[in-house]
Design a protein around this ligand. Structure first.
Ligand SMILES: C[S@@+](CC[C@H](N)C(=O)[O-])C[C@H]1O[C@@H](n2cnc3c(N)ncnc32)[C@H](O)[C@@H]1O
Ligand code: SF4
Length: 443
């Protein structure tokens, strides 16, 4: 189906979540399941799956108007040091759990907030503390998210020395006025400086994040941002379509009608067109589209283990305030505010706030919908792992995708989306959900 490019009511970027990060929806996760499911799962020996670590650094120089992550912009150096101490203690607690004890880490993700907010000294002490518990030199991939304006040459050298293999830069846009309108702390000059430092240090992989649909964006500015990205030639480019979950500043402005923002977020058909045009330009420059959000320069050498392992049901230990994890078949999330999170760890408890144990069928659906974000899945993978023929089991959902023009292939070899399907994949995934989950909020 072609986009008309015209705004309709449903095409407007309304307040609410779009991105499907997990399944079943977070609104089903409960505090009770921490006792009945999460703690017993931590007390069991591990299944034969890879283990990853997600570590949330919730500090930022400024809160971007569109951001929905748990971040703090008012913490001083001693509070940051306290936080790092609590995270270190939390990892020591995990190391005593039978599900985690003695296991090697296959991948690590420093996310945020802004991990690069930390000073060189703070980074050093964090690494010393965590790697004293579990050495991570053998991890295949270590990602580190950065806000470009926080990166100095010594800090980037320290990040390189920590063994980071995948440096991810939150560039978002190159137009300084757009960056300012959206409350970003950095400007384009800081991106160029940070990018040059990073190149000189030869990180195995550098990724640039962009957002299609920032306040004040236009065709011209977006095309220039994409051209600028291609000129820098990063190993991978991640493009998100701007969404407005309830907890962003823009959303509360829209809901209260305070009129703080005079610019609006582009509608969904415009955002899809911008991503389509970006993918076209990246492909013309030699990149390969690897998912609904990413293009990579060399698919043979550039992998994204964290994403792929997560989407295949790997274990993930969640460290830090509000972090999400998955261990021994149970989804779990940490306390999502500072006080309760730190207090629980200091009492010697794993600081979980809610959890959910999916059934075998829900696990199958979770993997299917998440892997569909790559554009195609192999039915053989699902029949091998779950004993289910997905073409048969999800016949009606697949037929509806075909009718709407979003399905390119559907046979024993592969189920593949068209480019139009891929560009709107998150809005199509609920078609695969169990009926009782289709109308639930994701958060
Ligand atoms: C934790 S941030 C990356 C590191 C650092 N905090 C930064 O912003 O530079 C993760 C990414 O989420 C994306 N993001 C944040 N809020 C978004 C929203 N409302 N819609 C779409 N993407 C969003 C941005 O591309 C951002 O780079
Ligand atoms: S988008 Fe990044 S820099 Fe901005 S507030 Fe969110 S986490 Fe911080």
């Amino acid at each position: 189906m072609a986009d008309t490019g015209h705004a309709t009511t449903t095409e407007q970027t309304d307040v609410g979540s779009y991105f499907v990060a997990n399944y079943p929806p977070f609104s089903l996760w409960t505090p009770e399941a921490v006792e009945t499911d999460a703690k017993p799962a931590l007390a069991q020996p591990p299944a034969d799956v890879p283990l990853g670590l997600y570590l949330h650094i919730p500090f930022c120089r400024k809160r971007c108007h569109f951001c929905y992550f748990r971040v703090y912009t008012d913490k001083n150096a001693s509070e940051v040091a306290d936080y790092l101490d609590v995270v270190g203690r939390e990892w020591e607690l995990y190391a005593t759990q039978p599900a985690i004890a003695g296991r090697a880490l296959r991948f690590i993700y420093f996310g945020g907030g802004t991990p690069s907010f930390l000073s060189v000294r703070q980074l050093k002490s964090l690494v010393d503390r965590l790697s004293a518990v579990t050495p991570w030199t053998d991890a295949e991939e270590i990602t580190f998210e950065c806000e470009p304006g926080t990166l100095t040459e010594p800090k980037l050298s320290q990040i390189r020395d920590m063994g980071i293999t995948r440096l991810s830069l939150g560039v978002e846009h190159f137009d300084d006025h757009v960056l300012e309108l959206n409350g970003r702390a950095h400007r384009s000059a800081e991106v160029f400086r940070a990018y040059d430092f990073a190149q000189s240090l030869h990180f195995p992989q550098v990724n640039i994040d962009l957002i299609a649909g920032m306040l004040g964006d236009t065709d011209e500015k977006w095309h220039a941002a994409v051209a600028q990205t291609i000129e820098l030639s990063p190993d991978s480019v991640t493009i998100y379509q701007m969404e407005l979950p309830y907890n962003t500043t823009i959303s509360s402005d829209l809901l209260k009608g305070t009129g703080q923002f005079t610019e609006t977020v582009a509608n969904w058909s415009t955002k899809r067109r911008w991503v389509r045009e970006a993918f076209d330009a990246l492909e013309a420059a030699g990149y390969t589209v690897g998912s609904a959000y990413t293009a990579v320069k060399n698919p043979e050498t550039t992998r994204f283990l964290y994403r792929d392992q997560l989407w295949q049901g790997a274990d993930l230990a969640p460290l830090g305030v509000s972090s999400f994890g998955h261990i021994n078949g149970v989804h779990m999330q940490n306390q999502d505010s500072w006080g309760p999170y730190a207090a629980a760890v200091r009492r010697g408890e794993i600081p979980l706030s809610r959890a959910f144990r999916p059934t075998e069928e829900e696990r199958l659906i979770r993997e299917l919908v998440l892997q569909l974000k790559r554009g195609s899945v192999r039915p053989a993978y699902f029949s091998g792992k779950y004993g289910v023929d997905i073409v048969d089991r999800f016949g009606p959902a697949l037929a509806s995708l075909r009718t709407d023009g979003y399905l390119m292939a559907c046979d024993a070899d592969q189920v593949a989306l068209t480019r139009e399907g891929l560009l709107r994949v998150d809005s199509l995934l609920p078609r695969f959900f169990l009926p009782e989950h289709t109308d639930l909020r994701y958060t």
